[in-house]
Design a protein around this ligand. Structure first.
Ligand SMILES: *[C@@H]1O[C@H](CO)[C@@H](O)[C@H](O)[C@H]1NC(C)=O
Ligand SMILES: [Cu+2]
Length: 582
C-alpha cells in the first residue's frame, strides 16, 4: 500500500542505506553459562518524555554455546525503557532489513523482513500512531513512527515490546527482537520496605532452532542460520546469557521482574528453598501481597514481579540455589520449557534493614478505572471466545484470522464486557490495550491464580476455561486478541474485536461491509497507514481527535473493502498451515 512510496523513494538512497545495513550487522556476544547476570542497559524518560530510535536488523549471536544469524534490536534483549505514568513515549522504528514485500493476506509465515511494533500490556490506544499492529508497517528499509500517551494513572509495572507483523512475529520476536518496558512506581507509591529492595529486570528469551528454521523455510528467508547451537533445540537466555548467576545477600528480599519473552514454551518455575512472594502479574499489582507461591507459571508473553529471599549456606558458606522450570502431570500437549533457567548465589553478610524483615502487606493506594474490580456489577456484553477448539487447532471461536476489518465480537466503550474463554490449557490468550480480570479462582489449587487477579496473557494447564471481564475504558478502536504462542498466531490464531461508542454488543463475526451496515458508524476514508508516512499518521491523529470531539463515535474505517482481506476470507479454513498442531 504505502510501500509504493518508499519503493520510488530513490535508488541512490537505497544504495546508501544498503551500505549502512551491511555495517549495521551486529555481533552480539553471548557469554558462557554461569556468568554473572547482566544488567540490561536502560533508556529513561526525563521531563515527561522518552524518545527512542529502535532499529531492527541482522545480528550474529556468538558465544561458546551458540553461533546463529538472526534478527534483533541491536542488543539481545533490547534496552529496557523506563517510563512513568503520564509520560509520552515516542518510538521511531527503523527497519534495517532489506528485501521485497507483497500482499499480506496469508495465515502462515511470510514477510520475514517486514516489521512493526507492539507495546505488550501497556494500556494505550490501539489506533495509529499508538499501538496499532494492524495497519502500521515498517517495510524493508522503511520506518514507522509511534507515539504513546501513558495515562497519568497507568498501572506501574513490568511490560515489554516486540514486533507484531502478521506472519513474521515468530521469526523476529522469538529470534531475539524483544525488550522490557518498566512503568516506574511514582514516589511514595510503594511501601518503604518494597521501595528499599534491589529491583532487577530479567528478560527470558527462548530461541527454538526447529521453530525458527521452519519459519525461515516457509517464508523463504535466507538470513536466519544456526551455525552452531547448544546441544538442545532450545537456547534459553536470561538477560542475554544462558544460565546466568544472580547474587543476593543472606536474608535479603529482592524484587525480580520476570519477562517471559520466549514465544512458544511456557515457564513453570520452582525456586528450591528460596521463599517467593507474588507481587504483580502482567504489570498489575495483586490485591493480597505477600502471596507466597510454590510455583511461578508464566505463559509466553506474560510477566511476574516476585519478591524473593534465599537462605544462606551452612555456617555462612556460599550457596547456590537453582531456578528451574518443571513440567507437571496436567501438562499434556503443552510446551513447557523443562530445565534450569538461572542460579541464585547467596554470599556475604546477613543483610540488615527494611529489605530483610518479614514482608509487610501492601496494595496499590488506588486503582485506575480500567483496573477496578468488575466482580460486583452486571456485565453488559457477554460472548464466548474459544481457543483452538474445533477441527482446526488454530481457530479462535471457529475462525482463522480473516483480515483486520473482520470483527469477531463488538462492544460499546465504557461497557463492562465479559468473555467466556476456553482452550486455555493449550493456548495462552492475550488481549491488547485492555487487561482482563479472572472472575473465579481456577481449578487446580495453584495460589498463583486467584479470582480478582488481572492478566493480559493467560494460560492454565489445570483449567481450560475462565470467565473474565474488563471495562472498555479510555480508548476505542480495534481490540486485538490472539494466542501468544506466536507460532500459532502467525498461522491465523489472531482476531479483532471492535470497541466503539456507537457499537452494540455482538458476538458474531462480521465482515467490514456487514459491520458497516449493522452499526451506525460514520465512515471516514483515511489514507492507508504505513511506513514513512508521518503525514498519514498526523492525519489519522487529527482524525482521531476529531472522532473524539464528536463523541468518540467511530474508529476510523476505510469505506472500501481491502482486496487483501477478500483473500483472507477466500482462503479455506485450515489452509496455509505449514505444520501440524502442537
Ligand atoms: C532479509 O534481510 C536480510 C538482511 O538485509 C537479507 O540478507 C535477507 O535476504 C532478507 N530476506 C528476505 C526474504 O528478503
Ligand atoms: Cu495457541
Amino acid at each position: 500500500m504505502v510501500g509504493k512510496q518508499s519503493q520510488n523513494w530513490c535508488s541512490v538512497c537505497l544504495l546508501l542505506s544498503l551500505s549502512v545495513v551491511v555495517s549495521a550487522q551486529r555481533v552480539v556476544d553471548i557469554p558462557a553459562a554461569n556468568s554473572p547476570m547482566r544488567e540490561i542497559p536502560v533508556l529513561k524518560s526525563g521531563e515527561g518524555e522518552l524518545q527512542v530510535t529502535l532499529r531492527l536488523g541482522a545480528a550474529r549471536l556468538q558465544g561458546p554455546a551458540v553461533d546463529v544469524m538472526t534478527r534483533s534490536y541491536g542488543e539481545v534483549p533490547g534496552k529496557t525503557w523506563m517510563i512513568r505514568p503520564g509520560d509520552r513515549l515516542s518510538v521511531l522504528l527503523k527497519n534495517d532489513l532489506e528485501g521485497s514485500w507483497g500482499p499480506d493476506a496469508v495465515n502462515d509465515y511470510h514477510h520475514p523482513n517486514t516489521t512493526n511494533l507492539h507495546v505488550h500490556g501497556l494500556h494505550v490506544s490501539p489506533i495509529a500512531p499508538s499501538d496499532d499492529v494492524l495497519y502500521t508497517v515498517a517495510h524493508p528499509l522503511g520506518s514507522a513512527q509511534y507515539d504513546y500517551h501513558i495515562l497519568g494513572d497507568h498501572s506501574p509495572g513490568t511490560y515489554w515490546y516486540h514486533p507484531h507483523h502478521h506472519g513474521s512475529t515468530l521469526i523476529q520476536s522469538a529470534g531475539g527482537a524483544a525488550g522490557a518496558i518498566v512503568v516506574q512506581d511514582p514516589p511514595g507509591y510503594l511501601s518503604p520496605q518494597l521501595e528499599a529492595m534491589v529491583d532487577q529486570v530479567f528478560v527470558v528469551q527462548d530461541l527454538i532452532a526447529s521453530k525458527l528454521e521452519l519459519a525461515a523455510n516457509v517464508s523463504h528467508d535466507h538470513l536466519f542460520k544456526a551455525e552452531r547451537w547448544s546441544s538442545q533445540d532450545e537456547l534459553l537466555l536470561v538477560n542475554g546469557a544462558p544460565l546466568p548467576v544472580v547474587s543476593a545477600r543472606p536474608g535479603e528480599w529482592q524484587r525480580w521482574r520476570l519477562v517471559m519473552a520466549g514465544l512458544s514454551r511456557y515457564l513453570n518455575l520452582g525456586f528450591g528453598s528460596c521463599e517467593v512472594a507474588l507481587l504483580a502479574k502482567d504489570g498489575v499489582y495483586i490485591a493480597d501481597f505477600p502471596r507466597f507461591v510454590p510455583r511461578v507459571s508464566i505463559p509466553p508473553g506474560g510477566r511476574a514481579d516476585l519478591v524473593v529471599r534465599c537462605p544462606a549456606g551452612p555456617a555462612g558458606k556460599v550457596v547456590e540455589h537453582s531456578v528451574t522450570s518443571f513440567t507437571r502431570p496436567a501438562d499434556k500437549g503443552i510446551n513447557t520449557f523443562v530445565g534450569k533457567v538461572f542460579t541464585v548465589r547467596v554470599d556475604g553478610l546477613q543483610k540488615e534493614g527494611a529489605s530483610s524483615r518479614d514482608l509487610q502487606p501492601w496494595a496499590p493506594p488506588m486503582r485506575p478505572e480500567y483496573l477496578r474490580d468488575t466482580r460486583a456489577q452486571e456485565a453488559q456484553c457477554s460472548c464466548s471466545t474459544s481457543m483452538g477448539i474445533g477441527k482446526n487447532s488454530k481457530w479462535i471461536e471457529g475462525h482463522l484470522f480473516s483480515g483486520p476489518k473482520s470483527y469477531m465480537h463488538r462492544s460499546p466503550t465504557n461497557a463492562l464486557v465479559e468473555r467466556n474463554l476456553s482452550g486455555l490449557d493449550k493456548h495462552p490468550y492475550h488481549q491488547h490495550s485492555w487487561h482482563f480480570q479472572l472472575q473465579e479462582t481456577p481449578a487446580g489449587d495453584d495460589p498463583y491464580f486467584k479470582a480478582g487477579d488481572w492478566h493480559d496473557t493467560y494460560l492454565n494447564v489445570q483449567d481450560s476455561e475462565a470467565r473474565v471481564r474488563f471495562k472498555t475504558a479510555d480508548f476505542y478502536g480495534p481490540l486485538v486478541l490472539h494466542c501468544h504462542d506466536v507460532s500459532h498466531s502467525d498461522k491465523g490464531m489472531i482476531a479483532v474485536e471492535y470497541v466503539g461508542a456507537n457499537s452494540d454488543c455482538g458476538c458474531d463475526l462480521l465482515s467490514q461491509s456487514e459491520f458497516l451496515s449493522r452499526t451506525a458508524l460514520q465512515v471516514v476514508p483515511v489514507a492507508p497507514m504505513g511506513s514513512d508516512t508521518l503525514v498519514a499518521a498526523a492525519v489519522v491523529g487529527l482524525g482521531a481527535m476529531l472522532g473524539l470531539a464528536v463523541g468518540g463515535s467511530a474508529w476510523l474505517v476505510r469505506s472500501w473493502r481491502d482486496p487483501e482481506d477478500m483473500h483472507y476470507s477466500a482462503m479455506a479454513e485450515g489452509a496455509g498451515n505449514s505444520d501440524s498442531a502442537q
